[in-house]
Ligand binder design. Structure first.
Ligand SMILES: [Zn+2]
Ligand SMILES: [Zn+2]
Length: 247
């Protein structure tokens, strides 16, 4: 199958590589859509140290094509959104509501492009291993991931839109709702209105923020921010003026 493989700093190409069969708790996903996140670009540029060669792509959605022998939560044909930050729901950290630090899915292995068992699921024809970014490697025709790294979604949802939930939406909305703990009546400023920032605005709005300030240098992004819930917008010049007034 074909996959986008990064082989060096600013070096990548579409390669024909092999997928290993799903293990007991794995699923094979036929990819339908994949976003290009800045983190993928960091792998390409080399600014995010990642073992190479590596299949990029971690913001994906697709359809389950095969399940491992112990998989019960998902079935062939299920539409799924991939999740590069899975949590088991059973360990001490998960029980405390800190699924991001789940001990079953250590971030070190994800950053090393490995599956939770410490192995890869991609290889070249000569048998040499190929890592998968964040354990996903979904900028490809197919990928094999742990079943907990996929969330079943309603079949009526357009997967070309759902794929961005996989990173941009959950990162931005999660920053406002979970990390920032925005509560009804709060005033919120979101600095940077790209894919993540726009979803932080939406998350703040959902959490009940009364005033949401969008801060960016791009007038185009600020206009988009207003359509997604920001009621106030400002840019660097206005902030500079404010800092003078307040000093
Ligand atoms: Zn991302
Ligand atoms: Zn856990």
């Amino acid at each position: 199958m074909k996959a986008v493989v990064v082989t060096g700093s600013n070096e990548f190409e579409v390669e024909e590589i092999e997928l290993l069969p799903p293990k007991a708790h794995d699923i094979r996903v036929k990819m339908k859509a994949c976003g290009l996140c800045m983190s993928d670009h960091h792998v390409i540029s080399g600014s995010m140290p990642t073992p190479l060669p590596c299949v990029i792509g971690h913001e994906g959605a697709g359809v389950v094509a095969e399940v491992g022998s112990a998989v019960t939560r998902l079935a062939v044909g299920d539409p799924v959104v991939l999740n590069f930050s899975p949590s088991c729901g059973k360990c001490a950290m998960c029980q405390r509501g800190l699924g991001l630090y789940c001990s079953s899915f250590p971030v070190e292995k994800q950053l090393a492009g490995l599956q939770p068992d410490g192995n890869v699921r991609h290889q070249r024809a000569d048998g040499s291993p190929v890592q998968s970014f964040f354990g996903m490697g979904c900028m490809a025709e197919e990928t094999v991931i742990h079943e907990d790294s996929a969330v079943k979604v309603d079949p009526s949802i357009d997967l070309t839109r759902a794929c961005v939930v996989s990173c941009g939406v959950m990162t931005g909305a999660g920053a406002a709702i979970n990390t920032g703990g925005v509560r009804p009546g709060d005033s919120v400023a979101v600095f940077g209105c790209g894919g993540v920032g726009l979803n932080a605005i939406q998350g703040a709005r959902i959490a009940g923020a009364t005033k949401i300030f969008a801060v960016d240098l791009s007038e185009q992004k600020l206009e988009l921010a207003k359509t997604l819930g920001a009621e106030y917008k400002t840019d660097k010049r206005h902030l500079f003026n404010q800092s003078i007034i307040h000093s």
